[in-house]
Design a protein around this ligand. Structure first.
Ligand SMILES: *Cc1c(COP(=O)(O)O)cnc(C)c1O
Length: 410
């Protein structure tokens, strides 16, 4: 905890202190990024410094650009090896991966799925696509993810376990699944999530879209739940242009995931027989080729992001009123997006910081609008969300591209 000398106006929320904070943050960001030589620094840019051209060209030369080809298999094998999941199934994007994860977790129409209110819209949309109802959960400031003890207390209040299944006593609906999200690459407290899900009869599914390269107690995020979803969108740590993947250790679920994401076509040399309503969610070979080249560089990306994070931490130590969010003991973050946390949940201070950074050419952005503050999810069942509301007023994401360290030859 930072201590405030008595001579200073501790509760001063005035314009002067906001300007001082914004200037101090800007000076610290300048100190970290000054050597990058760029006048406009993006929040997160992809980097293609490996064999991307070779692999993509191979697709074009051989004509294997679309729904079949060796890069899809190779990409899935590389993902399974890197994450330690028994099976990885590539998909068209991360939202599609989460959608199918939820269907395979048994989410049926009207079932409720517990998700954090502080998340990207895809988490909630995937629940809706599966026919479920997002049930919004509060977040804690240590991990920026689901607050397990608050959720447990809340479930004691509203839920009951009947025949091994968790029922919301107010709505009568089944609380089928819990889908924590590893915010900006910071691993959620998975021990608590597993324990809670076991005790309440809730299926654990992870939204690991932002946390490829993040570990909790030595185990890769996205491999704790029955299923987990990854994203390879253009802004993620590794990109396929657009893409995603489903992780699971269960061979039956893996086979179901492959089947459902490939239009549920029954394998046959020429006839087109589909045995259920599947989805055209497969990842094209062209995108998988890009992904293979990117995955080869992932350890390097993670190392550089962690080094960049360490520099931000150091530079922000002299800033009063804000600090950089860090991984909790026992976890290792990919630091996908470095997050500045203001000490106080003051929207005006946050906006002053955003304003000064963006005006100076450093792209910074606030957290997403919370799910319960969006029109289509405002009426969802939810607990008290003061933790998430406070965090939304404190979060500023800083430029985090791995290439920002290149100027030092690292
Ligand atoms: C990126 C992301 C997804 C998936 O997004 P796609 O663009 O569909 O790949 C899902 N959840 C979170 C939290 C994300 O950040």
């Amino acid at each position: 905890m930072r201590s405030f000398p008595l001579s200073e106006p501790v509760a001063n929320d005035g314009a002067a202190s906001r300007t001082a904070l914004a200037e101090a943050v800007l000076a610290a960001v300048r100190a970290v990024l000054s050597g990058s030589g760029e006048s406009n620094v993006a929040l997160h840019e992809p980097q293609f410094g490996g064999r991307e051209w070779d692999y993509v060209k191979e697709c074009l030369d051989t004509g294997w650009v679309s729904s079949a080809g060796k890069f899809v298999d190779r990409f899935e094998a590389m993902l399974a090896e890197y994450t330690g999941a028994r099976h990885a199934i590539a998909t068209a994007n991360g939202t599609a991966a989460l959608h199918v994860c939820l269907l395979l977790a048994g989410v049926r129409p009207r079932d409720e799925v517990l998700i954090p209110s502080l998340t990207f819209i895809a988490t909630a949309n995937a629940v809706t696509y599966a026919g479920g109802v997002p049930h919004l959960v509060d977040c804690e400031s240590r991990t920026l993810g689901i607050d397990a003890s608050k959720l447990d207390a809340y479930l004691r209040d509203i839920a009951v376990v009947r025949d091994g299944v968790c029922i919301n006593r107010a709505t009568g609906a089944t609380l089928r699944a819990l889908m924590p999200m590893h915010t900006f690459g910071l691993p959620v407290d998975m021990d608590a999530m597993l324990e809670l899900c076991g005790r309440w009869g809730i299926v654990l599914v992870e939204d690991a879209a932002e946390s490829l390269g993040s570990y909790y107690q030595g185990r890769h995020t996205g491999t704790f739940g029955r299923l987990g979803g990854l994203s390879f969108n253009g802004n993620k740590i590794v990109t396929t242009g657009g893409g995603g993947a489903i992780l699971t250790d269960d061979p039956v679920l893996a086979a179901r995931a492959k089947h459902l994401t490939t239009t549920a076509r029954v394998a046959h040399r020429w006839s087109f027989v589909h045995d259920e309503v599947g989805f055209n969610y497969r990842l094209p070979n062209l995108n998988a080729a890009l992904g293979c080249a990117q995955l080869e560089q992932l350890p390097g990306f993670v190392a550089r992001k962690r080094a960049l994070h360490a520099r931000y931490v150091k530079a922000m130590q002299v800033v009063r009123g804000a600090s950089v969010a860090c991984e909790t003991p026992g976890s290792a973050s990919n630091y996908w997006l470095v997050t500045l946390l203001l000490d106080r949940p003051d929207e005006l201070s946050r906006d002053a910081v955003l304003q000064s950074l963006n005006a100076a050419g450093f792209m910074a952005r606030p957290a997403w609008t919370l799910m319960h503050q969006l029109p289509m999810y405002a009426a969802c069942p939810r607990m008290e969300l003061c933790g998430a509301e406070s965090l939304a007023r404190r979060i500023v994401n800083l430029p985090s591209s791995p290439k920002l360290l290149d100027h030092d030859g690292r």
